[in-house]
Structures are given as structure tokens and as C-alpha cells.
Design a protein around this ligand. Structure first.
Ligand code: FES
Length: 250
């Protein structure tokens, strides 16, 4: 029997320029590509925000025995800052992984001018649909009030934290709160973009306590939840180094 060796992986990072949750768009494209390239494993990942991070996807490719991994940034509008971080995150992963890393390659940007023209042309030449007034409204009775939470926890899912343990910390936090029966009206967790002290990744901030945690990795989350969020005692030994705060004039 002729077994297909699927040792080539393609990781497509969801674009940030195509709506709040563009992974559905990417997933639709990947369904077609899987038919065209049955010898390749296609997965999606995010550079920041919720979802499988690029570094987690790279780890999964290694665990599956991939010999070659192609990473594609699905940005369709050129964003030089995003492109630079895309390269830095993958470079960081390669350094951490060391000599057993597979051959990781970066695909050319979709935002290349020539390709972008083709993308636009395909969009306006394909089927279009009328805009409607019957779509769901932007308000709902369920969203009338600010939740009554005691603490607001900001979990950084910027690109650096997402590459250095942020997704695992966020997942561990969800599980720990659920295990203790704490919901949004107790502790509201919000995943954010970059909070700035990227070198201290993964970064978590807690308000109204004005507490900032550095390197709050998944293995620290249980203690963080018990001591700070349940007992109200911030763990000061895990505080991130911070510039002195500025006092705003009234
Ligand atoms: S990416 Fe988390 S602080 Fe910058």
C-alpha cells in the first residue's frame, strides 16, 4: 500500500485585517487546499489574540514529525510592524527549539502588490450579495449593564506573549476559574493586545488592584488564582518591574 508521508506542514496565520475572527475565512480556503495537496498538513494559527499560537502550531508540527514547515502570513494588507513581529516570533521559536527544529520556511507575503491586485480582482469578479437591514443589531438586553465583577484580569495576547506562554496561561486561567465556580460576575478575564512590557512575557494585569505580573506562565496560575483572585492577596514577588507611575493632574 502506498502510504502518504505527510511530513510537510503549512501553518497559515489568521490575518488581522479581515475582521474580528477571520479564521473562518482561512478555514474555508484550507479545505480547498487540502484537496489540492493531500500530502500536506494545513493548520491555522494566530500571531496574537485567542486561538492556537504560531509557536504552539510549530510545536505540534514537530511532535507530528514534520520535516518541513511553511508558515504563511495571511495578511492581505501590508503591515510592516505585523510582518516584523511575524518573523521575530518564528525566529524566537527556532532559537528556543535548537538543532532539532525542522526546516521552517516563510512564504512570500500575500500583500505583495501583484498578488493583492489578483485578490481584489477575484473579490469583485466573484459572487456578490446585497447588504441587508435584517442583520442582528449592535445592541442586546444582555449587554445593557457592565458586569459586576470584583476584579478585571487582563491577559496579554500580543505577539510576544502569545509566543512565550500566553495561550497556555490563558487556558490555565479559564480552567482554574471554572474549577472554583468563578464566572464573569466574579472575575472578568479579557485577552488584550500588547500591554508593553513584552520582555516580561507572559504578562497579566489585575484591576482595580493595579497589580502587574511578569512571567505568569501556566504553572503559576493555580497559585495566582487562589492567593490573589480568591483570597485577595497579590503575589508581590511575581510583580513585573515597573516604571514609577505618572500622576495625572485633575
Ligand atoms: S506582547 Fe504582551 S506585553 Fe507586549
Amino acid at each position: 500500500m502506498n502510504t502518504i508521508q505527510r511530513n510537510r506542514w503549512v501553518i497559515v496565520t489568521a490575518p488581522t485585517d479581515r475582521g474580528a475572527d477571520p479564521r473562518d475565512q482561512v478555514l474555508g480556503a484550507l479545505r480547498v487546499l487540502r484537496d489540492r495537496h493531500p500530502d500536506t498538513v494545513f493548520v491555522t494559527a494566530v500571531l496574537g489574540g485567542s486561538g492556537t499560537s504560531v509557536t504552539t502550531a510549530l510545536d505540534e508540527a514537530v511532535a507530528a514529525g514534520a520535516a518541513e514547515v511553511v508558515v504563511v502570513s495571511a495578511q492581505t494588507v501590508l503591515d510592516r510592524k505585523m510582518d516584523a513581529w511575524f518573523r521575530r516570533v518564528i525566529g524566537h521559536w527556532l532559537r528556543e527549539r535548537g538543532p532539532d527544529a525542522p526546516d521552517v520556511r516563510l512564504a512570500g507575503p500575500l500583500s505583495d502588490t501583484d498578488t493583492y491586485v489578483d485578490l481584489l480582482d477575484a473579490a469583485i469578479s466573484g459572487p456578490t450579495a446585497p447588504a441587508r437591514t435584517t442583520t442582528a443589531p449592535l445592541t442586546s438586553p444582555a449587554w445593557d449593564e457592565v458586569p459586576g465583577f470584583a476584579r478585571h484580569v487582563l491577559v496579554c495576547r500580543g505577539p510576544r506573549c502569545s509566543a512565550r506562554g500566553g495561550p497556555e496561561a490563558a487556558q490555565a486561567l479559564d480552567s482554574a476559574l471554572e474549577a472554583r465556580g468563578l464566572g464573569d460576575d466574579d472575575v472578568l478575564v479579557t485577552q488584550t493586545g500588547c500591554l508593553f512590557p513584552c520582555s516580561q512575557a507572559p504578562v497579566v494585569a489585575v484591576y482595580p488592584d493595579n497589580s502587574w505580573y511578569a512571567e505568569l506562565c501556566a504553572d503559576r496560575v493555580e497559585r495566582f488564582v487562589d492567593e490573589h483572585l480568591v483570597e485577595g492577596r497579590p503575589i508581590t514577588e511575581w510583580s513585573g518591574a515597573r516604571r514609577s507611575s505618572v500622576t495625572l493632574e485633575a
